[in-house]
Design a protein around this ligand. Sequence first.
Ligand SMILES: *[C@@H]1O[C@H](CO)[C@@H](O)[C@H](O)[C@H]1NC(C)=O
Ligand SMILES: *[C@@H]1O[C@H](CO)[C@@H](O)[C@H](O)[C@H]1NC(C)=O
Ligand SMILES: *[C@@H]1O[C@H](CO)[C@@H](O)[C@H](O)[C@H]1NC(C)=O
Ligand SMILES: *[C@@H]1O[C@H](CO)[C@@H](O)[C@H](O)[C@H]1NC(C)=O
Ligand SMILES: *[C@@H]1O[C@H](CO)[C@@H](O)[C@H](O)[C@H]1NC(C)=O
Ligand SMILES: *[C@@H]1O[C@H](CO)[C@@H](O)[C@H](O)[C@H]1NC(C)=O
Length: 449
Amino acid sequence: MAARGLLLLLLPLLRGYASKVEVSMPSVVEVDLGHTAMLPCSFFILPDSNITYIHWSYITRSSRIRIYSWVQGKEFVEDSPYVGRVSMDDTFTLAITQTTLQDARVFVCQVGAGSLGVGENRTELRVYKAPEPPEIHANEAGISVGTRESQEIAECVVRNSFPGPNITWLKDGHRLHPEDDKVKIMDTRTQEASGLFTARSRLLAHVTRQDRHAYFQCQAHYLLSGGDRQAQSPKVQVHIFYPTENVSLVIDAPRPQVKEGDHVTLHCQGDGNPPPEYSFFRVQNNTATGEEEEHELLGKVDKGVLSLGKVHKEYTGHYRCKGLDLDTMETLTADAELVVNYIEGLKVTKESPEPVLEGHNLTLTCEARGSRPLAFHWHKDKKGKALGSGPQLQLSNVMREAAGNYICEVTMPGVQGLSRNKQALVVVYGKPQPWRSLSPPSPGAPTGR
Ligand SMILES: *[C@@H]1O[C@H](CO)[C@@H](O)[C@H](O)[C@H]1NC(C)=O
Ligand SMILES: *[C@@H]1O[C@H](CO)[C@@H](O)[C@H](O)[C@H]1NC(C)=O
Ligand SMILES: *[C@@H]1O[C@H](CO)[C@@H](O)[C@H](O)[C@H]1NC(C)=O
Ligand SMILES: *[C@@H]1O[C@H](CO)[C@@H](O)[C@H](O)[C@H]1NC(C)=O
Ligand SMILES: *[C@@H]1O[C@H](CO)[C@@H](O)[C@H](O)[C@H]1NC(C)=O
Ligand SMILES: *[C@@H]1O[C@H](CO)[C@@H](O)[C@H](O)[C@H]1NC(C)=O
């Protein structure tokens, strides 16, 4: 029993003695496909001892296959897939050029130092290949809001990577995760004949009308020597169809207060995609029955716009637009009121007697009707000074110089650009002048009888 125990204790010591050659190698070396892999092999031996050989091999499941040997200063490249691709420099680093996917395996460096024994260590060579840029294909047919099942938004393909890439999805830059019935992500990965992997991912999701502005993107995650890498696909948008929920009718004119002669268009806007079919109506109350009557406005309706052209007062009234959603066959309506401001029936009357005798009084009265309260201003001749405001102009003690054209200008406060004017000729008869008067009659003014 005791002897046996002693032997067990001795064994590790004996082993330590037998392998005085300590070989040091990195456990993993990474290389990008096609590039040169450098596998260092370093060792420590006692001074004055010599190396007799170095053998490089790779390991398969069942055996060890030698690819390169260095024996007492001579190189031997063994018959293997590495013929022509391996060399060793004077620091004992093995270089493998034009790496292939098959080179992703474990390599052994074995160092023999005569009586000192043999030492070895191993390195796993990892080969990486970056995929091609991710391709994204959006569903071109478009998606309807409100269907029960989630529908395919896009498919992403990441080709030819080693090892296999992963794909994630982004919506407006935020990562999407699978979520019950709302978001489904279906991934597949295939290995090509070349040994490279291609990953595909389909994104299925429920969409809402808010998603009409969303952009989708996929992201490839892969490994390269040196760490994790990512590559993003271009951004895509998906056509989203949603029913019309609201329709609005807007009256478009040069200014808020419409006047006669303005160019007016009716804008009808439904919020569905595709937009509804539009039609326009004038709505009037039948005075006899008290019932509402719709009269369709026939004209060229382009994208929900109908031009009424230059309007006049008869255009004042109630307008209606209808939007027919061709998917739901529902009709929505919107109404708007149009008021066309006008001034009409303008006339100026003079209080008799007429013509006016010099020194008498004269009242000019301006009359007009309008859609809103009116303002009156008087002036004499085209560019004469303002004489006053209000519908009546009192001229007292009229002199001959007062003869001429009196203009009444009518405007509508609050309605920019609406004005009308009318003029009245005032004739003044002078009193008979004394014959010796030196003053000649004023030019243009009629002379007294
Ligand atoms: C192999 O080399 C590594 C790195 O120098 C070292 O840590 C390890 O102990 C060595 N393994 C053997 C079996 O010598
Ligand atoms: C190492 O090699 C040198 C020269 O080749 C020789 O002189 C020496 O004896 C060798 N040492 C051992 C320990 O074999
Ligand atoms: C891919 O995903 C798997 C599982 O989450 C993960 O283990 C692996 O490291 C990922 N690969 C890359 C290249 O990101
Ligand atoms: C439609 O109009 C209603 C009432 O004005 C409003 O509550 C609703 O948010 C609108 N819907 C949309 C999609 O704009
Ligand atoms: C029709 O008459 C009703 C009831 O008097 C009124 O509410 C409605 O605004 C009228 N419509 C039009 C277009 O004048
Ligand atoms: C003219 O009007 C004034 C008051 O505005 C009055 O005093 C005068 O008597 C009137 N003249 C005539 C001729 O009616």
